[in-house]
Structure formats: C-alpha cells, structure tokens
Ligand binder design. Structure first.
Ligand SMILES: [Fe+2]
Length: 504
C-alpha cells in the first residue's frame, strides 16, 4: 500500500505506479497531453485496480465506439483485481464500470459517495462533474465540487471546477472571482481560464474575452486537442460577434480543424458548431462541411451522447449526404426505441424531435424547424453541454422564425433572452440598406418588457430612429451590459426590415 500526492491510499507496492497515477491525475485535471502516463503505471503493476480504472476512463471520455472497445481490457483487469483494493478504489472502479455499462445515474452515485467519504479524491469530483455536465444538471455540477472545498483549498484545479460550476449556475461575478483566484495560484490552469472565458462571453465582453484568452493561449500547447480546440472555439465566438469573419475562418482553419484530432467526437462537435454559427450569419464556408464527412461516418451508429449526435446530423445534412443522414436518423430512432430507462425519455422526447428540427433547418424547411424545435427548446438542457454550446439550437430556432418572416415570434424569443440577460446572437441582415426602427428612449429591459402587438400601437406614438453602425453602437450601449449590443441592434433591425416593429 502506497499513497498518492493527494494523500489517498493506493493498493500497489510499485513506486512507478504511484508516480504514474500522480502524473495522470495532474494531466486529467489539466486536460494535458500526457494523461497516457497511466499506462506506464499499469505496466509496472498490472494488478493495480484503480490504475486500470483510470485507463478505462481515459478511453471512455473520448465518447466513441473505438475507444469504448479499447477500454474493455482495462475494465476487465480493474474488476479482476478490485477485491484486494481499498474501499475508495472499489467505489471508483464501480463508478467507471457503471459508466461503461451506460448506467450514468449509478456512476454518479458512486462519485458522490467517494467524494463524501474521501474529499481529497479530485478525480472523482471531475468524474461526477463530467456526467452532470452531460445531464444538464448545473446545480449538482457545482455542488459536488463545492462540498470538497474545505479539504482542498490549496488546489487550483478545484477552484477552476467550482468557477465553471458557478458560471453554469449564472453566478457570473463569483465565477470570475474564483476563476481568477485559481489562476493566481497557477496561471497555466486551462479549465480556470475557460471558466472566466464563459463569464466574459455571457456578458458580451468581446474585447476583454479576446485579450483574456489570447494572453493565455501560449499555455495550451500542453493541452489535449479537446481543450486546445475548445478554448480556441471560445475565441472564435468573440470574433464572430465582432463580425470579424476572416479571423473566425482563420481560427477555424489553423486552430480548430487544423489542430483537431480529426477522429475525436468532441473536436468534431466544436468545428460543426462553429460552421453552423458562421452560416447563420450567411457566411459561405466553402467545402468545410464536406471535409468533415469521412470522419463523421464512424459516428452514425455510435450514439454516445445525444448532444453530439445533433451536431453530426446537421453536418451530414449541410454536406449534402442524404443517404448518410437518413441512415443516422433511422439509427438514432432505433437507439431511442431500445434505450434503457435512464436515457429513454431524453432520447425519445428531446433528442429525436430536436434532430428532426435541426435537419429541417439545414434543409431550409423553416416551418418544420420551428415546429420541432419549439417542442423541445425548454428541455434542451437535458441533453447536456454548456450554455454557450447549447445556445446554438436556440439560435437555429430564432433563425428559422426569421426565415419564416414570423417576426413577432422571433421578437418574443429575443425578449425572453434579453430579460434573462442571455446572450443575443447577431443574425446576418437580409438587406444592406439602412433600417428604420421604432424605439422608446429607455433601456433594454424596459424595451423588452413593453413590446406589444402592432394593433396596440399608433404610428404617432412611435419614435423613429434610423440605425447606422455608429448609432446602433450608441443605442445599444444603453440596452444592457449583459447583451451583445450591436448584435442585438442588428437583429432587431432585421426584424423591423422584414415588417416587424419594436413598440413603445
Ligand atoms: Fe466552454
């Protein structure tokens, strides 16, 4: 029996195995390239159950069939040798086995038990957060990290995890403070950097967000491709809202698809999400959809995460791969029909209708897109992903309403977003001429609260303002510090150009 750097007992007599577990723990928390160090630990002591469980987890988090297959021998070894392990190790092995069997609730229960009894086990906290993230359970994601804080105040990784949880719970000020504190302890913590990036994005702090992330980008060379590409994805979102499309495409080509592990589901989801957002702004993305297709063929029958599947099918639709698209939609339906009781409802009632909705959008069937997406929008959090990632589907929904020229429905959606201090995406204007918009001389929240149907308005009651770029910026300064000012103005302007209005 030896101890790791967290002070936790490990059932091994091999110093090499302990060193490998220590290295793996650090790399897993840092999203580093060298998490493969765990395999040296297994070489040194093949009977160390928890080292085998870590190796299985290393593969499972790739969320693809090939990696699930690679995890099998490590799962078998972990189960074979778990009898002589400590209680903590036994619980951890059980958590990983449950994950492999698709019993996510059971895996979470084990993570909670480990962190109750052994609060120094930060990897168990990360494991719990991972599953809560893909369940859309932001409160539990925060809670499992906060509960072990008294035992780990010196651990910057834990502060980064708490910061992300706070951000997901919309406690933005606290999230930024905790994230910055983690980075004072270690500037290189990419998850803490990322948590602060989320805050800046939610608050529309584009220039600050760019400066923040670009000033830390030098530290991402040590990251695995998932977080390397994801952190650059966040930078791309800031530039997208600044409408610096050339820069976004450059980031896509160099840092996202250019540096992606192209077979990786998580890297694929990031690039798909960005291409879709570009197209919502009427950017011609060239043959970038088609470039993804060879790598997406492996995804068609996997169904690791519904959130990921929704991205794959959109890409297949936009790439014009009708046969592959139909094959995947049928496969998703079959998977939903046969799903276990823990995930059946999410797949059948949320993922499948959303899939039909976004495919309809990809194919220009706006009416069907609004119908299907409208039925699932309020439940989309159950598919997991961050607010920033999941917001894509609401942007698609909004775009579908605008394409239908159903401006009032689009306005209602925008109202809700502004009232909730939600990020408002810029949607490309349909026309280039100046827009005339009716506005009250008051601030955004009040504007949002007073939008009324046309029948309730008299023309003379409207205050007409012609929006050009400078005016829009000035006007939107007043709107809300939490909204994307210019983007919001342009989206409103487009609605007005299409026959809508903003009333007094
Ligand atoms: Fe993120």
């Amino acid at each position: 029996m030896l101890r790791d750097t967290q002070g936790l007992d490990v059932t091994t007599d091999s110093p090499l195995t302990i060193a490998a577990i220590n290295r793996y723990t650090d790399q897993a928390l840092a999203y580093g390239k060298d998490a493969v160090a765990i395999f040296k630990g297994i070489e040194a002591d093949p009977e160390c159950a928890i080292a085998n469980a870590h190796a299985a987890a290393f593969y499972l988090c790739h969320e693809c069939a090939e990696s699930r297959f690679k995890a099998v021998p490590y799962l078998e070894a972990a189960k074979k040798y778990v009898g002589k392990a400590t209680e903590r190790e036994q619980l951890f092995v059980a958590a990983i086995v449950a994950w492999a069997e698709g019993e996510i609730e059971r895996s979470i229960a084990y993570s909670e038990e480990i962190t109750d009894k052994y609060p120094r086990d930060i990897i168990a906290v990360q494991l719990g957060q991972y599953h809560y993230f893909y369940q859309g359970n932001k409160e539990a994601l925060l809670q499992i990290a906060e509960k072990v804080l008294p035992a780990n105040r010196e651990n910057h990784y834990l502060h980064g995890m708490i910061a992300f949880g706070l951000e997901q719970c919309h406690r933005l000020g606290e999230a930024e403070a905790v994230g910055r504190m983690a980075l004072k302890m270690n500037r290189n913590d990419p998850w803490a950097q990322h948590a602060v990036a989320h805050v800046m994005e939610m608050q529309g702090r584009l220039e600050e967000g760019i400066a923040w992330m670009e000033s830390h980008a030098d530290t991402w060379e040590n990251c695995n491709t998932m977080l390397y590409t994801h952190n650059w994805w966040h930078i791309a979102l800031y530039y997208l809202e600044k409408e610096d499309i050339q820069k976004v495409l450059e980031i896509y080509d160099i840092h996202l698809w250019g540096r992606a592990w192209k077979e990786s589901p998580k890297d694929q989801v990031g690039v798909i999400s960005l291409l879709l957002r570009l197209e919502l702004r009427k950017v011609n993305v060239g043959n970038r959809w088609q470039e993804l297709v060879p790598y997406l063929k492996r995804r068609i029958h996997e169904h690791s995460l519904p959130f990921n599947d929704l991205h794959y099918i959109y890409a297949l639709a936009r790439a014009g791969e009708a046969d592959l698209l139909n094959e995947m939609l049928l496969s998703m339906q079959a998977y939903a029909n046969a799903a276990n009781r823990f995930i059946k409802r999410t797949w059948s009632e949320v993922a499948i209708p959303t899939a039909w909705g976004i495919v309809a959008h990809a194919q220009g069937n706006w009416e069907k897109a609004t119908l299907e997406l409208g039925s699932t929008l309020s439940c989309l959090h159950t598919l997991g992903g961050s607010h920033a990632q999941r917001d894509l589907f609401e942007q698609v929904y909004l775009d579908a309403w605008l394409q239908r020229s159903e401006n009032l429905s689009a306005l209602r959606l925008l109202e809700k977003r502004v009232a909730a201090h939600r990020y408002v995406p810029s949607i490309e204007l349909m026309y280039n001429q100046q827009k005339v918009i009716q506005l009250p001389a008051r601030k955004a929240a009040q504007v949002a609260a007073t939008v009324s149907p046309p029948s309730n308005l008299k023309t003379e009651e409207k205050q007409r303002i012609t929006i050009d770029s400078d005016q829009a910026t000035h006007w939107t300064d007043e709107l809300s510090s939490h909204s994307q000012g210019l983007a919001l103005a342009k989206t409103y302007a487009r609605i007005v150009a299409m026959g809508g209005y903003i009333g007094v």
